[in-house]
Ligand binder design. Structure first.
Ligand SMILES: [Zn+2]
Length: 455
């Protein structure tokens, strides 16, 4: 169902934010996003789902939402998987022993205390691994050496994050003893990148870890030398019993259509190695800053703006699933959903995924984002991991694409810390978000339900 009032300007409210020149400068000067990332990362720290720091982050989010004037602020309980890192070492053994910088992948089983040691077999991809079959793989440590491409839109992550997620299941099924992958990252420092992996249905559950890029290069040269390369891997990581966490939710109740909900989300949890500043402290800060701006009495939106800081995006999407389940009766009243989980870079494009009226919405958003030098593109919005469970209900998605050139240098590594946040860039992003969200909350355009199926 679409209602488009062609006589009204969908840009009136957006114009209130971006009137005149200097929209970017004004956004940078007035945004609190930079300070919000600092507060979350300094005051909660690294916040793996279900950890004491995760609980501190939930408390921080509740306090912050109330302080910026949100209504209906609450923690909606979520049960989360928990997993804990332990000792982690990798060593090339033989005539020239070398320590390699390594980190366990999230959900991996550990090794026995003495570790596993075996000859390494290297493959460039999961397809190449499958093609080998059991013979050459059985009893070996599989090394998947796939490089993540640096791109503005972050698309290089798709292929190599699949390697990270599936390598252990596929190597384990072929009888491998363990798996190491080249870190899913675009840097060349010696800090490895973690991230979630999953085992298959079969009984084989082999340890899985990531090497830093320089150490992956070293292992590659050792394998290429012709004489067998042997690796010893020691991982002390383990799963813990499930525990409590929460989605933290707050609203700015709409003045005219309070039952219609525009959802803006980010995830509150992070990996343990850094402090989760770019992933996803920045996203939390952006959506909180947008809500702060719309919560001012003179700025109240026509539709309800709902902020959701999701639990456990990184290691099981528990918060996303719990939200879709708890709110299924009102998903038909979610007129748009957006997720900020792409770091602290500048917004450069907007994408829409909606039914009838998508084109009109796309042009309204493009016009609102013009002052921020961002453009509307025809490609359909993806929505982000936490919004995926809303797809079957046809909730329209809007993506605000941020510059991710440098994002995967730090993502999921010990280098994901507050100093990586650029004050001007995150200020621009928060300003662009606010302008786009204002169109969605106030425009007479109500986009039709998004079609099922890909993309
Ligand atoms: Zn994230």
């Amino acid at each position: 169902v679409v209602s488009i009032d062609h006589t009204a300007s969908p840009l009136e409210s957006a114009a209130a934010i971006v009137e005149g020149g200097g929209a970017v400068q004004r956004a940078i000067a007035t945004s609190k996003a930079y300070e919000l990332v600092r507060a979350l990362t300094d005051e909660a720290g690294p916040r793996p789902a279900g950890s004491p720091a995760d609980a501190r982050a939930v408390a921080w989010a509740l306090t912050t939402m109330r302080a910026i004037g949100l209504e209906q602020v609450r923690a909606e309980p979520v049960t989360v998987e928990r997993w804990e890192r332990g000792v982690e070492t990798a060593e090339l053994v033989g005539a020239t022993p070398q320590r390699l910088a390594v980190t366990a992948l999230g959900n991996s089983v550990g090794t026995p205390p003495e570790g596993v040691e075996a000859e390494v077999i290297e493959v460039p991809s999961l397809d190449a691994l499958d093609a080998l079959g059991r013979g050459p793989v059985e009893g070996k440590i599989v090394f998947v050496n796939a490089t993540t491409a640096r791109t503005r839109d972050g698309s290089g992550y798709g292929a190599t994050s699949l390697v990270r997620r599936q390598a252990a299941a596929r190597a384990g099924a072929l009888g491998a003893k363990a798996v190491v992958i080249r870190s899913v990252g675009t840097d060349h420092n010696r800090l490895p990148h973690t991230g979630s992996m999953r085992y298959g249905q079969g009984p084989a559950r082999v340890p899985a870890a990531a090497l830093s890029a320089p150490d992956a290069d070293l292992l590659h040269r050792a394998v290429a030398s012709g004489s067998p390369a042997r690796l010893r891997l020691v991982l002390g990581c383990k799963a813990l019993p499930e525990g409590p966490s929460a989605n933290v939710v707050g609203e700015v109740i709409g003045s005219e259509r309070p039952d219609e909900i525009v959802l803006i989300g980010a995830h509150l949890d992070s990996w343990d190695l850094g402090t989760g500043a770019i992933d996803d402290g920045a996203g939390c800060a952006i959506v909180l800053d947008v809500a702060r701006q719309l919560a001012r009495p003179e700025a109240r939106p026509r539709r309800t703006l709902r902020v959701v800081l999701f639990a456990n995006e990184e290691n099981g999407l528990s918060g996303a699933k719990a939200y879709a389940e708890a709110h299924k009766a009102e998903l038909a009243r979610h007129t748009a959903a957006l997720e900020a989980d792409a770091g602290a870079g500048r917004v450069y494009a907007v994408r829409v995924r909606a039914g009838e009226g998508a084109e009109a919405l796309r042009s309204a958003l493009g016009a609102a984002l013009g002052p921020f030098s961002a453009v509307a593109v025809a490609e359909a919005a993806n929505g982000g991991a936490d919004l995926r469970p809303l797809r079957p209900a046809g909730v329209p998605f809007v993506d605000l694409a941020q510059d991710m050139h440098e994002y995967f240098d730090h993502h999921h590594s010990a280098n994901d810390t507050f100093d990586k946040i650029d004050r001007d860039a995150i200020g621009q992003a928060a300003g662009a978000w606010a302008a786009a969200v204002r169109v969605l909350t106030d425009s007479p355009l109500t986009p039709g339900r998004a079609p099922e199926g890909p993309p």
